[in-house]
Design a protein around this ligand. Structure first.
Ligand code: NAD
Length: 438
């Protein structure tokens, strides 16, 4: 199959590279000249483990290329994937479809024969029909079908998720489009990964429903964590005891500082909006959004307590600012609420993150960046563990505690325990949903 992939972000680039690895001929399109320049030079503009190697392999095999010329990529393609951003629209919380519709119009003007226009971006219910209308209006002679193919990959594990998905969801309305989609995903079908064929609206809804459900699960355990702190229960034991029940499942039951990232915040917000528009309020999702925002503020209060009520004059070392480990993505990360509160309160903030600096330098003004956790912590009054990168999981706590001005540890990912902190000589320790001291 010949595939054009419009947008080379976290989803488009991974999808394009993986499709080419399936054996398809893929041309990836982006309008960002900085990204294109890097891609054409063989460099990966994002941090995603394993992507550089797989990209190099398929470029070398002649199956994968990059261009800024959308028309050239679309010419002769069997399928054109739209994988552009759908950020939250300023003001009303709705998904901003500007990029999707602009891409649809450009595709319409570039079609040369039959093609399936596939929306991979996360879009509100009804969008695929709007894409079809837009294409038809721009080019009444266009020979095309639309398909909805939402993506479920997780940043940090994106290649494995794409190559070994729990399921592939395809919304289609014609046999011809189903055939093309079936051919594209044949390597996965042959390996028995389930492909769910459904209508356009259901495919669009599946993506929002799945993300809102996962955001709800995280928020539920975070709220339980708050109650654990008040009652003396330990959220780690509670989550383990809950998760062993097959109906509950143990995933997404790790208490922390509140969810962030490029999907959950915007997708919950968009789902709430879709509900309002259809006079069918998504009350659970709306509450999840409110509770999650409060969760991030609760972390700020926790840190304030650790600093005896005020940040002014304190030196705080923050380990990890990306929204989760193994990505450089900072979109809606809890650090974007917590670090500015520290800086705004007058703290001197030192930050360490294995991949977050490139994005973070702009997003977190007023902080000092360090490469090394031990150097960042020397002389500090508080150490905050904010993102659970592997390199923060086995720190020499004793070395850290002994180098600090005040040996206090806020473990917002529950990596360590009271015993670990006490043994290392920390005078104060707090976690999420567990008892601390000091
Ligand atoms: P992104 O912002 O990283 O990438 C989007 C890319 O599209 C950018 O490089 C931009 O320059 C390019 N672009 C925009 N308009 C274009 C046009 N007309 N022509 C060519 N290129 C264009 O976004 P992302 O994180 O990859 O997300 C893309 C979509 O996938 C979103 O709808 C998102 O909700 C969804 N999604 C994301 C993830 C994730 O983990 N990031 C997971 C599943 C689904």
């Amino acid at each position: 199959m010949k595939i054009a992939m419009i947008g080379t972000g976290y989803v488009g680039l991974v999808s394009g590279v993986c499709f080419s690895d399936f054996g398809h001929e893929v041309i990836c399109v982006d309008k960002d000249p900085r990204k294109l320049e890097m891609l054409e030079a063989g460099e990966v503009p994002i941090y995603e483990p394993g992507l550089d190697e797989l990209m190099a392999k398929n470029v070398a095999a002649g199956r994968l290329s990059f261009t800024g010329d959308l028309a050239a990529a679309v010419d002769g393609a069997d399928a054109v994937f739209i994988a552009v951003g759908t950020p939250t629209r300023r003001g009303d919380g709705h998904a901003d479809l500007t990029y999707v519709m602009a891409a649809a119009e450009e595709i319409a003007n570039s079609l040369t024969g039959y093609a399936v226009i596939v929306t991979k971006s996360t879009v509100p219910v009804g969008t695929n029909r709007k894409v079809a209308e837009t294409v038809r209006a721009a080019n009444p002679d266009a020979d095309f079908d639309v398909a909805s193919n939402p993506e479920f990959l997780r940043e940090g594990a994106a290649i494995d998720d794409f190559m070994r998905p729990d399921r592939v969801v395809v919304g289609v309305e014609s046999d011809r489009a189903e055939e093309v989609m079936g051919e594209i995903y044949r390597p996965l079908f042959l390996r028995d990964f389930p492909i769910v064929y459904t209508d356009l609206e259901s495919a669009e809804m599946i993506k929002y429903a799945a993300n809102a459900f996962l955001a709800t699960k995280i928020t539920f355990i975070n709220e339980i964590a708050t109650l654990c702190e008040k009652t003396g229960a330990d959220v780690k034991s509670v989550a383990k005891g809950m998760g062993l029940d097959g109906r509950v499942g143990n995933k997404f039951l790790h208490a922390g500082p509140g969810y962030g990232g490029s999907c959950f915040p915007k997708d919950t917000s968009a789902l709430a909006r879709i509900g309002q528009e259809h006079a069918s309020p998504m009350q659970i999702t709306e509450t999840v959004i409110t509770v999650n925002n409060a969760m991030k503020q609760r972390m700020v209060s926790k840190l304030q307590d650790m600093c005896n009520g005020k940040f002014n004059g304190k030196t705080v070392a923050v380990l990890g600012v990306t929204f989760k480990p193994n990505t450089d993505d900072m979109r809606d990360a809890p650090s974007l609420t917590i670090v500015p509160a520290l800086v705004g309160g007058g703290a001197k903030v030192r930050v360490v993150d294995p991949q977050g600096r490139r994005e973070g330098e702009e997003l977190l003004p007023g902080v000092e960046w360090f490469e090394d956790s031990y150097a960042a912590t020397e002389g500090a009054d508080l150490l905050v563990l904010l993102t659970e990168w592997n390199e923060f999981r086995a720190l020499d706590l004793q070395r850290l505690a002994s180098s600090m001005s005040e040996a206090k540890l806020a473990d917002l990912r529950n990596i360590y325990s009271v015993e670990d902190a006490q043994r290392a000589g920390f005078t104060a320790y707090c976690a999420v949903g567990r008892q601390g001291y000091g």
